[in-house]
Design a protein around this ligand. Sequence first.
Ligand code: IVH
Length: 710
Amino acid sequence: MYSAEKERELIELTRRLLKDIPRIKTSDYNSALKYVDLLRKVIRYHDYKYYIQNSPVISDYEYDQLFRTLRDLEKKYPSLITPDSPTQRVASEITGFFATVNHYAPMLSLDNAYTQEELRDFDRRVRELTGLNRVQYSVEPKYDGAGIALVYKKDILIRGATRGDGETGEDITANLRTIRTIPLRAEFSRYGIDLIEIRGEVLISKEEFKKMNEDRLEEGLPPFANPRNAAAGSVRLQNPAEVAKRKLSAVVYQVSYVEPQSAYPPTHYEAIKMLHLLGFSTPFPDMKLCEGIEEVISYCKEWEEKRERYPYEIDGMVVKVNRREYYTVLGFTSHHPRWAIAFKFKPKQATTKLIGVVFQVGRVGTVTPVGKLEPVQIGGVTVSSVSLFNEDFIKEKDIRIGDTLLIERAGEVIPYVVEVVKEARKGEEKPIKFPENCPSCGSQLVKLPTEVAWRCINIACPAQVILRLIHWGSREAMDIRGLGEATAKALYEKDLVKDVGDLYYLKPTDLVKLPGFAEKAAFNLYSSIQESKKRSLERVIYGLGIRYVGLTTAKKLVEKIKSIWDLEKISLEELISLEGIGITVAKSIKEFFLRKENLEVIKKLEKAGVNLKKEKKEGPLKGMVFVFTGSLNCCSREQAAGIVESLGGIFSNSVTSKTTYLVVGKDPGRTKLSKAKRLGIKTISEEEFLEIIGKHTDLKSITGKEGVLF
Ligand code: IVH
């Protein structure tokens, strides 16, 4: 896409523009005209580095500066806005409905092969019709998302549509524009192409899917069954700004129409290569040219194994005749082309019997029905239980005990009931009865008119207390190593702890009373608890387990307050005025701080010296993200995290494209190192890390060690 020389040129231009920003901001029309062009050029390049190659060459902060400058210029001179400007991705208009559009070429589906024999049959037919002895195939993953068709005219994205019925689809251009991996312009003219229609798939990574469903559950919404449904639901949202928030990506895998015809690349492989070079995300380099069907079969097998490790859900491999010249003689059936076939992997669905239902009490008292299943293998994993979410879900699907259920396990997430196999009913199936009392403490369950779930509202309910302790100690909250499920349960049952505040009054001599806790384990847990007193305010707020308050909301709250006590005083209106906080969340926060029991816990935490104040975020490390691997000489990892956070930096446990430095200590792990290498993240030694922080920190006061610095 960019030659090394071009990259150097663009980086140089970036530097110049960044320096020039104050001047650019005040520029007149004529120089604005010049600058918008340059800004777009560099932003497009940085989008490509960030979203396609995963290796940004400037910081997020610098990128924002460039982006904002462009946006401000366009605001000042609206006539300079072009539809392919990077600013045009973040649409905010509500479309309200979708127009229907005709596809240039019908979007057919693919014939399926489930066995090697069926692949060989396909090959035999291709050889018979083409007269070839051996066929060259292009083989690539079959992505499981939402199908789309993109149209570019004179290098500009002019339309994006859903598959619809194959002939006509819905115009979802505004939504697709928000997806970063879809270029708003691409130089097809370089290949002599005036107009092109491309097929592809909108995808959600398995990781993102998991997060999305966790959020939905937290909000009382039914989760999506699989990443495909999540992607399909997302591209059809009525508000493009909402679409932009979902982390969608898109891959393109087929050129379906070209004007003029003569500009059509002669092979599928070359067509994909062209798209790849133009900056699209494509099956490249996971696409392979195979000589003959046996090579195809072994490549498919290789991928069936890789499938689980792939960040996106794939349900098979697509095998395509590589040379276009054979497409005419091969032709189409009424449903699919004869020049391609999908080799399907083993399904991630299975049917099994529902043998019973148990009811589990969650951290905030929600009672969730969990179906017990006759164990069944799905994609190599034994599944023996499935969440039935709530009473509405059960009613809607009409699930009864004894029913045969179709279960799907997608995206390495929890299994999901797709449907009841009604044909298998014998008439002996029994309705599921919800309990009236809490299965843990026996108190009467309640259901608020606006909610779907039954809840136990007894704050001292043992099941809830134990779950609150586990949540408080979890990695993203207070990160107390050693406070797992068994320990939390034992602490409660031995009457040592009734709420999270009590943890900080435990002595090692109390902890040795726990089953299996020798002196060393007791001391380690004691130290982890003490260590956690320094965690940031957002972690404390998240750790308290207020209903609907996840880490993101906790962070939002901390932007507004100085200490946790401000949350007691803050009004409902003020809470709602914060971005991303709706009425339900705001009410839940208010309710939490109205309860005397909760305030008592916070007082206990305060007395024990747990940090309840916002740390200074404005520090010299602001905007920098540090990840550590291996052990450090100077201090523990927690201490290092504390130092980073106290200087305004961010400490993170995993390497992502946002990471600024990976600090490599002794005996580093391979995963983080190789990921950093892949993403082009800078790795630094402990010495270099100390040099960065040493300028701002009195290390001795933190680590208690003398002379570790230089
Ligand atoms: S080619 C006429 N390639 O699978 C053939 N399709 O059952 C055009 N799909 O509707 C499709 N990955 O949504 C092709 N690498 C891939 C694909 C792929 C996923 C989807 C696509 C299509 C369906 C066919």
